[in-house]
Write a protein that binds this ligand. Structure first.
Ligand code: NAP
Length: 344
């Protein structure tokens, strides 16, 4: 397996997948000569770069194993972790010509001229549909989080749910990003998340708005679920999530920063929890409406999801078995227990 890109997502994928004993890890791609090359080499990853810049990397004293093209050639599957939209160009110039299967990230298009795949994966909803496919998009952090919360509710309450309205409150930049955080609340005129979720929950009566706020600490989703008649009780709602993979139920956090800082303090890899955290202290039920607020670990959510997707595409493994392996690699059940204890 080759990871094409070494940004916020690529670095995390490399940490996890290089530790998976059933993966022969080819290495990572770097495109810019910067300190992250040093980090990758210190982590003992083979670094591949575009042919035309190999000499520039070498002049800076960095050891380069080969070209990106060589790495793709020697891989059986690529996880593309390019900046939004870059995956399409890679598909056209590398993966298609060399007949290589690839997983793309949530910033790529599902529809239109630059579509990279005809399916968005969410391990809670359509894991087995990815089995044996050549190209699949792993849904973004928000899309992964929404699927993880909606599907258990659908399974328990089905037709009783009339509609979902979600306000996505998104961080301005990741902790590792060098770009400044702008003091403004910005709206998204056309959030892609609504259509992306409908790709795997096609009949959901879902409306999504997205706002970017001056924070680097996770996302917060406020989901309003409207029922026909009276809504279920708070306990009935929470019961749906008690045994859900990648969902923690916590009470005493005051904000997203508390959760992120705790993950860093506890030494979780990259400061990620890899899950959503339902804030039960602000879960409200009134008349026909349930309001669930959960924080969504934007950088960490999609990493185990990529691992699940890889197992479906390559091994066609049953979901339960894949989940056990992903849990063991990411220690998600353990992290969940710790977080629930810390924030009880
Ligand atoms: N950040 C998140 O929280 C998050 C969450 C879920 C999904 N995603 C999705 O994941 C993808 C990557 O996001 P990111 O946050 O990791 O972006 P990022 O931090 O900006 O990293 C992008 C990486 O792409 C590399 N790159 C440049 N040209 C490339 C090419 N032709 N092929 C492959 N890689 C290339 C860059 O390498 P150099 O640094 O060497 O130039 C950089 O390491 C996007 O689709 C994004 O929507 C991001």
């Amino acid at each position: 397996m080759f990871i094409n890109g070494y940004g916020n997502i690529g670095r995390r994928l490399a940490t996890a997948l290089s530790m998976d004993k059933e993966v022969q890890f080819v290495g990572i791609a770097k495109y810019t000569v910067d300190d992250k090359v040093k980090e990758a080499l210190e982590n003992r990853f083979n670094v591949y770069v575009p042919e035309e810049v190999i000499s520039a990397f070498k002049e800076r004293g960095y050891s380069v194993t080969g070209s990106v093209k060589d790495a793709v050639k020697h891989s059986e599957i690529v996880i593309d972790a390019a900046k939004e939209g870059g995956g399409y160009d890679n598909k056209k110039s590398l993966y298609e010509p060399m007949n290589k299967p690839a997983i793309f990230q949530g910033g790529e298009d599902r529809h239109g001229d630059r579509a990279v795949a005809d399916m968005i994966h969410n391990s809670r909803v359509n894991y087995s549909k990815a089995a044996g496919r050549t190209y699949v998009i792993q849904g973004s952090c928000n899309v992964s989080g929404m699927g993880r919360v909606m599907q258990p509710l659908i399974e328990k309450f089905g037709d009783r749910i009339r509609r979902y309205d979600v306000e996505l409150v998104r961080r301005w930049a990741d902790l590792e990003d060098s770009k400044a955080v702008k003091d403004s609340i910005e709206w998204d005129r056309n959030p892609h998340h609504q259509d992306d979720v409908k790709d795997f929950i096609s009949n959901a009566n879902l409306y999504v708005d997205a706002f970017k706020v001056p924070s680097r600490m996770m996302h917060l989703h406020q989901m309003f679920i409207r029922f026909s008649g009276k809504a279920p009780t708070k306990d009935e709602i929470l019961e749906c999530f008690r045994n859900e993979f990648g969902v923690a139920i916590i009470s005493s956090a005051k904000g997203t920063g508390d959760v992120r800082k705790k993950a860093i303090e506890l030494g979780f890899a990259h400061g990620d929890t890899n899950m959503v955290h339902i804030h039960q202290d602000i879960l409200r039920v009134q008349d026909d409406t349930v309001k669930i607020a959960y924080s969504d670990d934007q950088t960490g959510m999609v990493i185990p999801e990529n691992h699940m997707l890889f197992q479906s595409m390559v091994f066609k493994r049953p979901r339960e078995e894949a989940m056990k392996r992903t849990d063991s690699l990411f220690q998600m059940s353990k992290k969940r227990r710790i977080l629930e204890e810390e924030f009880k």
